[in-house]
Ligand binder design. Structure first.
Ligand code: SF4
Ligand code: SF4
Ligand code: SF4
Length: 628
């Protein structure tokens, strides 16, 4: 019987007393002939053969006895408390940009939040909200920093008067003065900048209100925040035009030093319905999806965290702030649960549940409506109960449901569900191939070309300094020439650099180790995306070995080496042996390691045989092929 599992998701719910067989375990298909199960509340993806499926996974008693203890605790959502965890403030509907797709038609009206209403909102929360920690966010149906004096005044007031513990965040278009950005640096804990990528995209999709270019301002803002260690995310809207350029967009942010990016396809609402062009129309979900998978893998190579709808970052009960208890005060004095409802005039304003009552001089809310909205957690949406994405999607966007079913936010839109499951399944397949069965990435030799094959990407690798298709380079570097190379590599800027080292016996010293470390560090600082292909021996790094191999993702031994097997003419050729495995029979890196160990008994340099690290099993030795 065969059964393996992998941690794929953080489950923030506390461990439950539920019987493990009541923790959702979904069969989601097959891969390489194995059955794939997803157990989100255990945080795991499981693969098994048919026998294990039949005897253990499908048998309640056996599952609880044999499988569940292996999987660890199963977390279950606690009963939610009733208060507001998010206090959203929309200071204005004005905007200094005129984004071609703006859902809120920012800048088309001039509504400014009355400070007295804000005070009443704080008063309301102090009297009615028992939540101890509140996330206060400034957002817009416009650009919040445009009313800078008001923004400062609000921040100060909320900081002093709102009783709960607070974290401040800001969503901005990034176009503001140095004075504003210095204030943000001192006053805001977390910033999300909206930017659609390199200037040739940003300037068309997000022009200034007067039609000018916004990219120069936004780029400066991002650089400033990165250099000053401000916690930032970048949110990017993908249009029909930019869809085929997702890789370039990601590369652009990577080079700017951004570590957290989110991709959203255009949602055709608001201004984009006025005069659609390829900059303001949706890329089409299938086409977006195809590129998104490549981006997901590229983001891993760049060490960038890419978020998107359908990613499996953590488990949650509510899809968005609608049910996760947001109280958003709009510039015209209404209380909305959703950032997509920025004023009374917005589409879907039926979600609004409160308003400032002038006569009574206080905020009034419709309790019945609020309860209806707050009940929209995944446990209360019948259609979601058997869906494997339920703890990530949690019923999807309430506005999308409105779009299809009017006020019925408890009936998810089937087209959306199909899409979410497709994304979720692909993310799991990716993790299985890369991290569980470890079949990918690998090298393929085809028609004289060397190709680096990831799960979704292929990079043709050319000997450095040339670049192959999609910008890949292959570099085998002598350790005594490292210093000369950093600049050249930076200039050449390959999308992926597959790097290995040539080392002779006299260079097996800590001094060489330090040089390699500083070489790799400077590549990282220059935001060069490299993959160290072959293992490096322990004697180079001594006690720092574990830290350095983890930091630069250096293979620990032949088992993890990229060159362990090469696909050629439909079969995998195993390093240093005449053995092959047909591609159709290849299911796991483990299978290849077994053959390798059996038939390539001495893959390391002769001089390693006497080394104390090797004798004690602390080092795999230096690969023969790396010796010069
Ligand atoms: S998307 Fe934001 S920055 Fe762009 S016009 Fe709308 S409110 Fe302004
Ligand atoms: S994909 Fe559909 S059924 Fe599944 S959780 Fe999301 S809304 Fe519910
Ligand atoms: S012998 Fe060298 S090239 Fe072959 S798998 Fe081991 S480290 Fe890689």
């Amino acid at each position: 019987m065969f059964f393996e599992y992998l941690d794929v998701v953080t489950n923030p719910f506390p461990p439950s007393d539920n019987s493990p067989s009541n923790c959702d375990v979904f069969h989601i298909g097959r891969i390489y002939g194995f059955h794939v199960f997803y157990a989100p509340l255990f945080g795991k993806v499981i693969i098994s053969d048919s026998e294990f499926r039949k005897r253990i996974l499908s048998n309640k008693e056996n599952f609880e006895k044999i499988c569940a203890p292996e999987l660890g605790p199963c977390g279950a959502p606690p009963i939610a408390d009733k208060g507001f965890t998010h206090f959203g403030i929309f200071p204005t509907s004005e905007c200094n940009l005129k984004c071609v797709y703006c859902y809120a038609r920012g800048g088309e009206s001039k509504k400014i939040l009355n400070f007295e209403i804000l005070k009443k909102a704080v008063e309301f929360l102090n009297e009615n909200n028992s939540v101890e920690k509140v996330s206060v966010f400034f957002h817009g149906g416009g650009e919040p920093t445009i009313q800078f004096e008001l923004l400062k005044k609000i921040k100060k007031y909320v900081d002093e008067e709102l009783k709960a513990e607070k974290i401040f965040s800001l969503q901005t278009n990034g176009v503001f003065s140095n004075e504003t950005r210095n204030w943000i640096q001192k006053n805001i804990n977390h910033v999300t900048v909206s930017c659609d990528g390199p200037p040739y995209i940003q300037d068309f999709q997000r022009p200034l209100r007067n039609g000018g270019k916004s990219s120069v301002f936004v780029e400066n803002t991002i650089r400033f925040f990165v250099e000053n260690f401000i916690d930032i995310n970048v949110e990017t809207v993908i249009s029909k035009f930019s869809n085929e350029r997702q890789a370039e967009i990601l590369e652009y942010f990577h080079k700017l030093g951004v570590n957290n990016v989110k991709f959203n396809p255009i949602s055709e609402r608001g201004r984009c319905l006025c005069s659609p062009t390829e900059f303001s129309t949706s890329p089409g979900m299938l086409s977006f999806f195809k590129n998104l998978l490549k981006s997901m893998e590229l983001a891993d190579i760049y060490d960038v965290k890419l978020a998107f709808t359908g990613s499996l970052d953590f488990c949650k009960v509510a899809s968005c702030v609608v049910a996760s208890r947001a109280f958003i005060i709009t510039p015209d004095g209404f209380v909305s649960p959703c950032i997509s409802v920025p004023s009374r005039d917005a589409e879907y304003n039926e979600l609004i549940f409160g308003f400032f009552d002038k006569k009574e001089n206080k905020i009034k809310i419709n309790q019945k409506k609020l309860e209806f909205l707050q009940k929209r957690t995944v446990q209360n949406i019948p259609k979601c109960q058997n869906c494997f994405m339920k703890w990530h999607c949690a019923g999807g966007c309430a506005i999308s449901a409105c779009l299809m079913h009017g006020r019925d936010i408890y009936s998810p839109y089937e087209g959306y569900c199909r899409w979410i499951r497709k994304v979720g399944r692909s993310v799991l397949v990716y993790k299985i191939k890369k991290d569980l069965l470890k079949t990918h990435p690998f090298i393929e030799e085809k028609n004289g070309q060397i190709i680096y094959r990831g799960v979704f990407n292929e990079f043709e690798l050319k000997e450095f300094p040339a670049k192959g298709k999609e910008g890949g380079s292959l570099l085998e570097v002598d350790v005594d020439k490292l210093e000369l190379l950093t600049k050249k590599i930076e200039e050449q800027n390959p999308r992926v650099l597959l790097l290995s080292f040539k080392i002779s016996k006299k260079y097996l010293t800590r001094e060489t180790g330090r040089k390699i470390e500083s070489f790799l560090k400077s590549l990282k600082e220059k935001r060069v995306s490299f993959v160290v292909a072959k293992p490096l021996p322990k004697c180079l790094f001594g006690e720092d070995y574990q830290r350095i191999i983890a930091q630069f993702k250096i293979p620990k031994g032949c088992e993890e080496c990229i060159w362990l097997y090469i696909l050629k003419d439909g079969s995998f050729h195993i390093c240093g042996t005449d053995k092959t495995i047909p591609q159709s029979k290849f299911r796991s890196r483990k299978d290849i390691v077994e053959v390798f160990k059996k038939y390539n008994a001495k893959p390391t340099a002769l001089f390693c045989e006497e080394c104390v690290y090797k004798l004690r099993g602390n080092c795999a030795g230096l690969c023969k092929q790396m010796v010069f």
